[in-house]
Write a protein that binds this ligand. Sequence first.
Ligand code: SAM
Length: 353
Amino acid sequence: MSDTNRGTDVPSGTSAADPAADAAAVFDLLIGLVRAQVLRGIAALHVADHLFDGAMTAEEVAEREGSHPQATYRLMRAASSIGLLSYEGGRRFGLTGRGLLLRSGVPGSMRSLVLAQTGQALWQSWATFSEAVREGKTQTKKALGMEIFEYYAKPENAAEAALFAQAMGDLSGLVTQGAVAAVSTDGVSTVVDVGGSNGDFVLALLEADPGLSGQVLDLPHVVEAARGEADKRGLSGRFSAVGGDFFVEVPPADLYLVKTILHDWDDDQCTTILRNCRSAVHEGGRALVVEMVVGEIGKPDLATLSDMAMLTTTNGMERDLAEFDALFAASGWRRVKTYPVGNGYFGLELVAV
Ligand SMILES: C[S@@+](CC[C@H](N)C(=O)[O-])C[C@H]1O[C@@H](n2cnc3c(N)ncnc32)[C@H](O)[C@@H]1O
């Protein structure tokens, strides 16, 4: 870019009717990083849990939490300015519908998702984002000293890994019910959730269809949580969890669930995962891929922003339908159904060819 095109000079063909409004809009985009940390502060200090029984002053929250009263007040004031809390006067704050989503350990909570997304591993990786664009691949190794899933597998990062697994569960909650309602389990008796984390998806399917048995395949350090979750839901009799590597092999099944897995990997790696499913699938079996799908370019599209996160932390990407279809064709599958399952995610149902 030449120096004459910098700053407020307007290159030909560009419309800049209201530079002040544009500057405010850019500032608003930038301040998104602060919004994310305000979310983190509210989640980390259990503010939604404290306010659940009714409004409180910042000082009361600070006393329960052992945090600094004035800093807690400033955090809660900021949170009320972005709709997470309501201001009730006299330094008292209450919960809004958005704030309610940050309670701990309740169905539908987004608290772990907030904490994982703003936590050590992912936040540090963002520091290398522009380098990732220059190099065309994640620079997480520079940020963390290793790839992201290696980082989570280290015993010293167990708490953060558990939070990440829980965050995947939170995210799952936003789409699982839609996917369970949409997929048919006619003719299916065994389901394998490939990279199924704590098993949220397959367990929801088992709850919906008492004739099914299900399995999670995930990395060895993850599967214990899936067994615990099945126990909690009284589904252990129809469920098992196996520690393994989906690049090596997957257990046989009538139906594979491949939810938010492909976006973590490059095309060759995705083809390997899908081929392993294709080799092991029972006659007449299917796979259900659940992912965001990149839509029309130039329109607001969460998938393109999630794609930036994929570029930062993994060697994966969010894909459009043509890119998915190329992966499926290269691995022995064909897409036969496509349906929205909520929050920008789609179910892509595949049959073996
Ligand atoms: C983005 S999470 C998705 C989890 C789950 N499918 C969901 O939608 O909530 C990716 C999952 O892949 C698992 N994973 C990563 N590498 C793996 C491998 N080589 N073999 C099996 N699972 C793996 C991770 O442990 C993690 O649980």
